[in-house]
Design a binder for this molecule. Structure first.
Ligand SMILES: Nc1nc2c(c(=O)[nH]1)N[C@H]1C(S)=C(S)[C@@H](COP(=O)(O)O)O[C@H]1N2
Ligand SMILES: [Mo]
Length: 263
């Protein structure tokens, strides 16, 4: 396989070399971020930020992850995390097989919009067979079908001050400490506009199952599984992650995971 698989530790070593060899100002993709608000600069100065920066320098903004052939799909996508949300709003939609589902897209956009599942299915489609890597140590190759997130972003017209896409989910997690907390995630606009970043409604030639995130989940193929929000209720464009959850950009990030879960 031609893909260079670099584990995170090794990557940080390479990152160190790259960081000394390549002046940061030489990276166009990051210029917008560096000139932006200080939380972004603070993040870039952190260890997690180093991984992010290194990824962005070593791997082009549009570099694709490998795609596989159908014969390499060995099993159904292994469900993980929430697999059967019991939240009221979700159950109401599920009862009508998601006929009333509307994806809301708002925040720093010129044209907030909602989309029904039929509308999403009638938009340009992308199908890809990719490998999902969960931080817990398992991988799974599966076929995903959906609409490129970039297509949605173009329709709502993202304002120039937006830096991140936040995914709000229906499911709440109950780890027993602070009660129910809604799952959420966030990615930057580079990953959001990456050609393989899709809002998936199909998996292995079937409608996306409830266990795998029905009716809509995101695929962010260059990052780890926890970044790929399932049960998406809404999408919000924002310039800062501070107002969401505990401010770290995601449910697991608030509990200590890296915001940039690069593989
Ligand atoms: N809304 C929501 N999204 C989620 C999770 C979750 O619990 N809730 N778990 C994450 C984790 S850790 C993984 S590995 C993948 C699992 O996706 P799958 O069930 O389709 O394998 O979803 C991610 N997205
Ligand atoms: Mo995961």
């Amino acid at each position: 396989m031609s893909r260079i698989i670099v584990n995170r530790r090794k990557f940080l070593t390479i990152a160190g070399v790259a960081a000394s060899a390549i002046p940061l100002s030489g990276c166009d993709a990051l210029d917008g971020f560096l000139s932006g608000q200080s939380p972004v600069r603070d993040f870039l100065a952190s260890a997690n930020g180093l991984t992010y920066r290194a990824h962005r320098m070593l791997i082009g903004a549009d570099t694709l992850v490998p795609e596989f052939s159908a014969s390499e799909i060995r099993q159904g996508q292994r469900p993980n995390g929430s697999t059967d949300p019991t939240d009221e709003a979700y159950l109401a939609l599920k009862e009508k097989t998601f006929a009333d589902y509307r994806l809301t897209v708002g925040g720093l956009v010129e044209k907030p919009l909602t989309f029904s599942l039929d509308e999403l299915r009638n938009m340009p489609t992308r199908t890809q067979i990719t490998r999902h890597d969960c931080v817990e140590g398992w991988s799974c190759i599966a076929k995903w079908t959906g609409v490129p997130l970039a297509t949605i972003l173009d329709q709502v017209k993202v304002k120039p001050e937006a830096k991140f896409v936040v995914f709000h989910c229906f499911d709440t997690m109950n780890l027993g400490l602070s009660g129910a907390i809604a799952y959420y995630e966030s990615i930057d606009l580079i990953d959001a506009r990456h050609p393989q970043t899709i809002l998936a409604y199909g998996n292995n030639d079937q409608a996306l199952s409830i266990a795998n995130g029905a009716p809509l989940r995101v695929r962010v193929e260059r990052q780890l599984g926890y970044k790929m929000a399932k049960y998406i209720k809404g999408i919000e464009l924002t310039s800062t992650l501070a107002p969401f959850g505990r401010g770290k950009g995601g449910f697991w990030e608030d509990l200590g995971y890296d915001w940039y879960g690069g593989i």
